[in-house]
Design a protein around this ligand. Sequence first.
Ligand SMILES: C[S@@+](CC[C@H](N)C(=O)[O-])C[C@H]1O[C@@H](n2cnc3c(N)ncnc32)[C@H](O)[C@@H]1O
Length: 253
Amino acid sequence: MNLVGSKKQGGEIYETARSLGEYLLFHYGSQEEQFPWPGGPKDALDFARRSVEELIDSSTSIGQVLDLGCAVGKSSFVLANISGQVLGIDYSESFIGAANSLLQSGSLSYQYHEEGSRWKDASVKISELPSNLSFEVGDACNLRKDLGQFDVVHAANLLCRLPDPLSLLDRLPDLVNPGGQLILTTPFTWLEEFTSPEKWLEEGDSASALKNILEEHFILEMEKNLPFLIREHRRKFQYSLALGMRWKRKCES
Ligand SMILES: C[S@@+](CC[C@H](N)C(=O)[O-])C[C@H]1O[C@@H](n2cnc3c(N)ncnc32)[C@H](O)[C@@H]1O
């Protein structure tokens, strides 16, 4: 599938070598690689794991899981440890290519930006490869019709990267089994290059607007702030605070 030619302006950023290095480091890098300084917001590291482990209810058995906007796949690997079957979907061919290489061979070498024209070599190794995980390229605003239903849908920091967030929110009730879990995190970083302003969820504030939409089919079970830190280069970092939420799909609607 060739999506690159049809990508909207913002989506192209996730096909660059710099983004690939940034996200492989964000998902799989050690603390020392990501933040090689004393002090600092170390609690904001390992977000791809925390967005699952701090929000999911694993007290009942979990069968099918969909990880939407999975990027290079770390959350999907975490989900595969606690579920029957996991499908990770992302729009970026480059990210899904990296996730698939890792899944097939258990290791991947990459480079991340150090400063100026300098890059650093790094590698990821997964010791136990799951057999219940697969990745595919797809568009969260136009998901294939035969995707089926899931016990858990996890979508971390995807919403404000979509050209049409409402199209995904409209599809979610069909994707989550009655009684199933919807795990959403978002820092609501609305940017015109990804989402045109008339599509931003803003009635009242973004969190209230999102809750108003979801409440028709879901019950909010928990919410908490989840900080995350993305390294741009060795002396520049993005610190953000995502709102993390776990919703339960209503059984009657
Ligand atoms: C901010 S990143 C978050 C990635 C990952 N969930 C995480 O928390 O690290 C947004 C991700 O959404 C993906 N994405 C953007 N638009 C998408 C779309 N229409 N459908 C599916 N994925 C999309 C990007 O390729 C990128 O991997």
